[in-house]
Write a protein that binds this ligand. Structure first.
Ligand code: ZN
Length: 281
C-alpha cells in the first residue's frame, strides 16, 4: 500500500458530560464525549457515548454541532474502548483511512449533481485508464504511487476526475465499475502486447471471462454472415474455447476460427477502444 497523507484526521474532545447522577439515584450512568473530527479542513462533530463496563459498544450520535461543510453519508465513527488517535471508518475494503475516504467523497460529491455520496456515485462512468510505470500518480483521495490511472466522467455534467485509483473506484460499490476496473487494465496490457508485436492467444494471460463479456457488451463482435448475423455466437464460441481446460482438445478448424475472430474483430476493437489511453511518456 502506498503512503497516506500524514495526520489526515485529527480528533479533539471538545466537551464531556456525565449522565445519570440526577435521575439515576446518584449513580453515574454513562459519559458522553463531544468529539470534533477534522479532515482536510472540514470539521464535523460527533457525540460518543462511552460504554459502561461490560456493556456493548454503541454508535455515536452525529450532529450535536453542524458540520462545517456537507459530508457524505457513511458508516459512523465507532468507539473502540478509548479515543484512538486514528479513527477508522469501517468499509468493505478496509484499506482506506478516514481521511482518504473523506478526500475521495469530497472530490466526487463536489463534482456531482447529487449532494450525497450514495446517489452521487451513480452518476459516474470510467472513460479512461492509463499506466504510469513510474508509479507517480496521486489519486484524488491523496494516495500516492498509483500505477493504473483511471479517468471517471460524470454523465450529467461532464465533470471529469483524474487520476483516480482502483481502490477508490471500488468504494463506489458498483459491480459494473468494479468489472471495468478489472478488465480495462488487462485490455491495456493486451494492446501493449499487440503494439510490440507479441503473440496474443486466447489464454488467461490476456483474457478472462469478464474480458470476453466486456468485449461482447461493447460491440466487439458485429453481426456478419460468419456468425449467422449474431455476434453472440462469436462470444459464446470464444467463451467455450477459453473454458477448455485441455487446450489440445481444440481442433485445427477451431484454432483457425479463434485466430480469425481475434485478428478481425477483437484486436482491431482493442486498438480503437478510446478508454485505453496512452500513458504519460
Ligand atoms: Zn484513491
Amino acid at each position: 500500500m502506498g503512503k497516506w497523507e500524514p495526520a489526515a484526521v485529527r480528533l479533539d474532545i471538545v466537551a464531556h458530560r456525565w449522565v445519570g447522577t440526577d435521575a439515576g439515584g446518584a449513580y453515574l450512568r454513562r459519559c458522553e464525549l463531544d468529539v470534533a473530527r477534522t479532515a482536510r479542513g472540514i470539521t464535523d462533530r460527533w457525540t460518543l457515548p462511552l460504554p459502561t463496563p461490560g456493556g456493548p459498544l454503541v454508535d455515536p450520535i452525529e450532529g450535536r454541532a453542524r458540520a462545517a461543510a456537507p459530508t457524505p453519508r457513511r458508516a459512523p465513527l465507532r468507539l473502540v474502548g478509548r479515543i484512538a488517535s486514528h479513527a477508522r471508518v469501517p468499509s468493505r475494503e478496509a484499506t482506506m483511512t478516514t481521511g482518504s475516504f473523506d478526500a475521495l467523497a469530497t472530490a466526487v460529491v463536489g463534482a456531482s449533481v447529487a449532494s450525497q455520496w450514495t446517489p452521487a456515485v451513480l452518476e459516474w462512468q470510467i472513460v479512461g485508464v492509463e499506466q504510469d510505470p513510474d508509479a507517480g500518480g496521486v489519486c484524488v483521495c491523496g494516495q500516492t504511487g498509483l500505477v493504473q490511472l483511471f479517468t471517471i466522467r460524470n454523465q450529467h455534467n461532464d465533470a471529469r476526475l483524474f487520476p483516480i485509483g482502483s481502490k477508490c473506484i471500488n468504494q463506489f460499490g458498483r459491480a459494473d465499475l468494479d468489472r471495468d476496473v478489472d478488465v480495462l487494465p488487462r485490455l491495456l496490457r493486451l494492446r501493449e502486447a499487440l503494439d510490440t508485436h507479441q503473440r496474443v492467444d486466447l489464454t488467461s494471460e490476456h483474457f478472462s471471462r469478464a474480458v470476453l463479456a466486456y468485449l461482447h457488451e461493447q460491440g466487439a463482435f458485429p453481426p456478419d454472415r460468419w456468425n449467422g448475423n449474431d455476434g453472440g455466437n462469436d462470444y459464446q464460441f470464444l467463451l467455450t474455447m477459453f473454458d477448455k481446460r485441455k487446450k489440445d482438445e481444440i481442433t485445427q478448424p477451431q484454432l483457425r476460427k479463434i485466430s480469425v475472430i481475434l485478428n478481425k474483430k477483437v484486436f482491431p476493437f482493442v486498438r480503437s477502444d478510446e478508454r485505453l489511453t496512452e500513458g504519460p511518456s
